[in-house]
Ligand binder design. Structure first.
Ligand code: PLP
Length: 419
């Protein structure tokens, strides 16, 4: 085998939750149990109305005179112009902004946009100073653990916990007494709504982070935010301050296979990302961009997001809540407040075993959920809480989710009573 470079080694490892996913795929393929209830999936549900929208937009593209221009030619590295126009028009109208094309970059999925940012604004400067990527509230998206060529650049902060013991609910908040954004900070990054927790950092908290950051860019990963896919179950508005780069993804709006991500922010920052992208891959694929342009310009994507996509996951979340409330034993269990995303996040305080052991034991009950420890990228603290949480996907049917949660409650009872 060829000798790998430092970056080669770094990038050829599966990081975070992808390592667990490998175990899950092997479990599912092992054939031990044909009917595992798999609540690990991050892949969104195919919702018929949403699939139909993408089909209709594709039919329009096929019938249009633009077809050759779209797929038979290279385009601008910034992105397909009608998509950029559709996005700026939509955001300017909706949020009373004055965005111009130079404020937008289309990337092949939003994950790649964080990779570009992580390596343009994080890592070592020419005079060997480490610019850190600050995650103000841990846990957060596991993918952030793999975005930097220098993993030591990612630093996360422990949150404060707001616990409602009687209701068995909790919520994370940024801990402003600890959070430091300094000269050494390359940029700040967090997801809102958050994968894995479903947390939505409040508008005020976002403004406070943006103010603390001052000139430092703040990337707000809005993969679940309004206007599309609008997977927020609580009121929230995109905060678009001068130092904020808003990251949008069409993946949870039904288009993960086409890889369409959108960076929206200050023109100088966008230019850096655009050059980096040109070096990497010239530009994002134009077929997905062309159908997205139609779905956004007509308003159909935002409309379906609010009326269909959001309701779909919110109903699933309600099933998890009612089933947990009805079946969990009398132990200190806490569900994170459902503010958005396609996941539920469960904390089993004082769990007698760690999250990996619990995950393995639950497999014996035919249920797969994701152990929480990979969702704390960049958090150096030794913290019990990291080994007491689980991510539960809302992508299976309501019926199967309810069965799985009942089994989880049974296992919880067993493990706590064994002590
Ligand atoms: N950010 C968050 C918070 C996510 O949950 C995901 C995917 O699950 C991504 C980014 C990456 O999305 P994509 O690259 O498909 O836009």
């Amino acid at each position: 085998a060829p000798t790998l470079t430092q970056f080669g080694q770094q990038m050829s490892h599966l990081t975070g939750v992808r390592a667990i996913m490998k175990d899950i795929i092997e479990t599912l393929q092992s054939g031990q149990s044909a009917d595992f209830i798999n609540l690990s999936a991050g892949n969104p549900v195919i919702i018929p109305e949403v699939e139909q929208l993408w089909r209709d937009c594709t039919a329009e593209l096929l019938a249009s005179d633009d077809y050759g221009e779209v797929v038979c030619r290279y385009g601008s590295s910034r992105g397909y112009e009608p998509l950029i126009e559709a996005i700026t028009a939509d955001f300017n109208r909706r949020y009373d902004l004055t965005l111009k094309p130079e404020n937008i970059l289309i990337t092949p999925g939003s994950q790649s946009l964080y990779f570009l940012a992580a390596n343009a604004f994080g890592g070592y400067t020419t005079d060997q100073r480490l610019k850190e990527i600050i995650l103000p509230l841990s846990p957060d998206y596991t993918g952030y653990g793999g975005v930097s060529l220098y993993p030591e650049a990612v630093r996360a902060y422990r949150p404060t916990l707001e616990v409602d013991e009687a209701a068995h609910r909790f919520k994370y908040r940024p801990d402003f007494s600890q959070l430091k954004i300094t000269e050494q900070t390359g940029f700040v990054l967090f997801s809102r709504p958050c994968n894995p927790t479903g947390n939505v950092v409040s508008d005020d908290e976002v403004r406070r982070i943006a103010e603390l950051a001052d000139d430092v860019p703040v990337f707000i990963d809005s993969a679940y935010a309004p206007p599309f896919p609008a997977l927020n179950f609580t009121e929230m508005t995109p905060v678009l301050a001068p130092n904020v780069v808003h990251g949008i993804s069409l993946s949870k709006a039904g288009l993960p296979g086409e890889r369409v991500g959108i960076a929206m922010g200050d023109a100088a920052t966008i230019r850096v990302l655009e050059s980096f992208q040109t070096n990497l891959c010239i530009h994002s694929s134009r077929y997905g961009q062309a159908i997205a342009a139609r779905a956004i310009a007509s308003g159909a994507l935002a409309e379906l997001s609010q009326t269909v996509i959001r309701a779909h996951y919110q109903e699933k979340f309600a099933v998890i809540e009612t089933t947990l409330d009805a079946t969990m034993p009398d132990v200190p269990w806490y569900l994170h407040r459902a503010e958005g995303s396609i996941f539920a996040w469960l904390w089993l305080q004082d769990l007698p075993v760690d999250d990996q052991v619990f995950y393995q034991s639950l497999k014996q009950y035919g249920v797969i959920i994701v152990p929480g420890s990979p969702f704390f990228p960049g958090l150096r603290d030794d913290w019990d809480h990291k080994h007491q949480c689980f991510r539960i996907s809302l992508t299976d049917t309501a019926e199967r989710i309810a069965i799985a949660i009942r089994r989880l409650a049974q296992l919880t009872q067993e493990i706590y009573s064994r002590g």
